[in-house]
Design a protein around this ligand. Sequence first.
Ligand code: KIV
Ligand code: ZN
Length: 511
Amino acid sequence: MTDKLIIFDTTLRDGEQSPGASMTKEEKLRIARQLEKLGVDVIEAGFAAASPGDADAIHSIAKVIERSTVCSLARASEKDVRAAGEAIKPARHGRIHTFIATSPIHMQHKLRMSEDQVVERAIQAVKWAREYSDDVEFSAEDALRSEMDFLVRIFTEVIKAGATTLNVPDTVGYSMPVLLGEHFRQLIARVPGSDKVVWSAHCHNDLGMASANSLAAVMNGARQVECTINGLGERAGNAALEEIVMAVKTRRDIFTCDTAIDTAQIVPTSKLVSSITGYPVQPNKAIVGANAFAHESGIHQDGVLKHRETYEIMRAEDVGWGANKMVMGKHSGRAAFRARLQELGIVLDGEEAVNAAFARFKDLADRKHEIFDEDLQALVSEGEIAHVSEHYRLVAMGAHSETGVLPVARVVMSIGGAEHQADAQGGGPVDATFKAIEQIVHSGTELQLYSVNNITSGTDAQGEVTVRLSKGGRVVNGLGADTDIVVASAKAYLNALNKLDAGANRAHPQL
Ligand code: KIV
Ligand code: ZN
């Protein structure tokens, strides 16, 4: 008899807490639709009390998602819980996830509350949440550094108050599989009514243990795992969905549960999240890294050719590798373009948006022979970027580099509609381009990260550039894609400046 393992995806909430990974409503909607296609059971769509924009994004996701449960996080306060309750109202299946810290260090220094006060608050929060939904999750933040007796007490009380899922987070990624497994074993044995609720693990990856810890929880009775695509998340990230799902699927001999995930959607989802957040996937990342199924050494290749299972424990096609299609080229028409977007679950807002995206497609097809799904995703992102804010816009640019000569760049850009031009020299064409932009804008930002990745393969592929800028404590990732990586770099830089310009203040749930 196989139990269901509930996959709770928190890419849109904990994942979005990664530096610079904040997403627009349209981007969140695109990811939410893909998560539903992937088959996740619960989508944590955000933290409604963070800002009106966050609440609106959750509300919009709740309206369109049909099969997955849509969840909002809420601190254990009436204001937060009611904001979450309102945000999930349109959902076919809605959940409120409320939490409070339970470790001595968090209770003393962050909350400045006694154990009794924390228990009282938790009970109250669950009761408020039950006014909106029968599906209420309670998390004991920093559970793995909390006293076992106190955890048993608070979990017992929240079950009585109506919580239906109990989450045990390793908030700071401190635990080890054997300890975390024992934690779950004891909790499930000691909490009265534990068989009436779903036990859940939420592990961070500070010591590289997030997936191993989550799986130890599953082996000791957890039936929900909270995870993110590509392991995105606070600091070193959360447990990676693809690792949990494929471990459970591949090791059926040791796990007595299974998920409802359509594993062929794993790689497309990974690529979408990476391109929207600007967090590239390392090549040697399990399951979704470009090398995950590449056999470099001659001995391995020989083995795989003779009998695949000599060195392969999973099949690349089962997780969605190789599924990307050459969808169109320069002769493809508008109807084919529109149909492919539909198949990808991309909904554009009105005829004007379709026309603009089609114009960008034609422009790209002139420069690039084969257009893949990833190219389409990137050009839709570009449209969304332009839609959000284009205070700073690239009008034209040129860059020159030659051995023995200092590279130079010329940038023409518009600021709020007025055109400006600057020339600059730099260590390379990208450096010269950024310097030219800075001569115009004097942004006062600090460049924290610059990275280029090819969206598809081949030298005519589009380069996707991420530029991370920080200013006054705010961090944003700017994205740009183009077959010319210097142009992609300029677009990414301006996108980051636009994001800094447009960003509203948002509360962080755990501070
Ligand atoms: O890591 C954590 O403790 C969290 C909680 C809000 C569940 O993200
Ligand atoms: Zn977390």
